[in-house]
Design a protein around this ligand. Sequence first.
Ligand code: HEC
Ligand code: HEC
Length: 208
Amino acid sequence: MKRIFAALLVSLAATAATAAPDLEKGKEIAETICIACHAADGNSGIAIYPRLAGQHAAYTAKHAKDIRDRVRTWSLAESMVAMVETMTDEDIDNVSAFYEKQVSLAGEADAANLKAGELIYRGGIAEQKVPACMACHGPNGAGIPAASAAKDGVLAYPRISGQHKDYVVAQMQAFRSGERVHNMMAPVATRLTDQQIDDVANYIQGLR
Ligand code: HEC
Ligand code: HEC
């Protein structure tokens, strides 16, 4: 019995050891698979493909696995499934760690409604009980990594700076409709009007 227990411990230790991400393998996956839509450095130039550069690895890994496993099915997720279907958890952890190390570049915001978006991002809208996005996503949109977010029962507060406006709008609509279930984002999204979502998403696209 003791020996079986010892063997179990050894195999657990081996699993933990292999869990350290391999950035070289991650890079290879980014450059052969993800590149088609998200770009090799994660700064996709196409609005429907979210930017992954600088995103917290824990967040990227969870969402890539959820898309692979058809748990994340809202919006355009289905179009990615075939690309990741055969990938292991380890592959996804590796490529997520690689993308976390890439520098996120901001897009360009439309100057017209920039101020309105900035006010929502930085101050929220008190009369609609909308909290400032900054409170959770950080003053420059870098989010909060997994290690510090864990105390709130959150995997990571995702980086949203520089994210494509169209993608942000699509996610806000998914939070609002309930297709994308999240206890923190649902109340935020449901209290914003379409115009306010447009304003704040434009601001986020230009944020760095
Ligand atoms: C054929 C295009 C395509 C390829 C290739 C692709 N994806 Fe995606 N990916 C998408 C689309 C489209 C979305 C947006 C889904 C949505 O609308 O919600 C997405 C979303 C994501 C998200 C969610 C981002 C977020 O901010 O929540 C992650 C993570 C992701 N992809 C990781 C990857 C990784 C890692 C690879 C390579 C192994 C990859 N994708 C390959 C199309 C693709
Ligand atoms: C109380 C904390 C909190 C506040 C306030 C908050 N968020 Fe979030 N937000 C989160 C968390 C946590 C997630 C990650 C959800 C998940 O894991 O699926 C998230 C996810 C998102 C996403 C999806 C990112 C992606 O890559 O798919 C967008 C877009 C977003 N938030 C925008 C906003 C905007 C805009 C505001 C302000 C109007 C805001 N958030 C306010 C906590 C917050």
